[in-house]
Write a protein of this length. Structure first.
Length: 289
């Protein structure tokens, strides 16, 4: 069966990093999506270089002791985007470079990122400018990733008026970069909002370019990161599509389990969520007919 992972904040936020990774393992997970690089306005990004690396190496060691692999990290992201000026983009580039170095320090080989959005959610009339800025930015970033042995995983977005959002356009962009260190992260919820079947997107992207996943559900309108089988996505078809292309990565959940409930219900919710992920992983591995 394929490995199953989840965004680490689900466990490390309520329980602390050491206990959280241990609980992840006990639940059945073998992998994590490390998310502390998303918000760069934190103490982590204020640390000196040596402290930054040391802190991440310590967290990596905790994961190893718990038996959890850091399969991927999530790079810097802020909303609304602030990428219009060269100064803004260089600030983003520096933070992303630091996150790539941090990803390597964690022992991970993948970092998921979003496109830069100089015109925010809609670039109508400015698509060429958006693509040109992203080609320049991501081209440089890919070289940094290569230097550190980290694959940049470019994510499809839930923004119909953005010219680099659909899985088809993301794949087109990745092919233009043309590097083994620049691949695709398919976000199932974002596909649904773009009125695209995640299963069809898997087949479109194919094994050569599909490096990793963000798995969650929604109602086809809002990016609510709901649990699988709670929205519009056909998970049977999605799981089987991964099997068809020979996907060998992680079934990685990007969502949250509600904590505003009694502890015994939280534990039951965590158990059910893992069982849902396992069901998808069995489909993707060809173990469930």
């Amino acid at each position: 069966m394929l490995r199953i992972g989840i965004g680490e904040f689900n466990y490390t936020k309520p329980y602390g990093f050491a206990e959280g990774t241990y609980r992840m393992k006990c639940q059945g997970y073998s992998s994590m999506d490390y998310q502390e690089f998303i918000n760069t306005d934190t103490e982590l990004f204020q640390k000196k270089h040596s402290q930054f690396i040391s802190y991440l190496q310590e967290q990596s060691e905790m994961c190893k002791q718990a038996g959890i692999e850091i399969f991927q990290t999530h790079g810097p992201w802020r909303y609304p985007p602030k990428d219009i000026t060269e100064e803004d983009r260089e600030e983003r580039f520096d933070k992303m470079c630091r996150s790539i170095e941090g990803t390597a320090a964690l022992g991970s080989k993948r970092m998921v990122i979003h496109p830069i959005m100089p015109f925010t959610r809609s670039d109508e009339g400015y698509a060429k400018e958006t693509w040109d800025m992203n080609l320049e930015f991501m081209g440089r970033l890919t070289q940094v990733g290569k230097e550190h042995g980290v694959i940049i995983c470019f994510e499809n977005m839930p923004m119909p008026d953005l010219s680099i959002a659909s899985s088809a356009k993301v794949l087109e962009f990745v092919k233009l970069i043309n590097s083994d260190y620049f691949k695709v992260c398919l976000d199932t919820g974002h596909s649904a909002i773009m009125k695209s079947s995640p299963a069809d997107d898997v087949r479109l992207i194919g094994k050569e370019y599909l490096e990793t996943l963000h798995i969650h559900d929604n109602n086809g309108k809002y990016d609510i990161h709901a649990h699988p089988f709670a929205g519009v996505i056909d998970w049977e078809s999605f799981g089987r599509s991964l099997c068809e292309i020979g996907y060998a990565g992680v079934i990685n959940l990007e969502l949250h389990t509600p904590k505003q409930m009694p502890l015994e219900l939280v534990k039951a919710e965590e158990e059910l969520l893992y069982r849902k992920a396992k069901y998808i992983a069995e489909l993707a591995s060809g173990e469930r007919k």
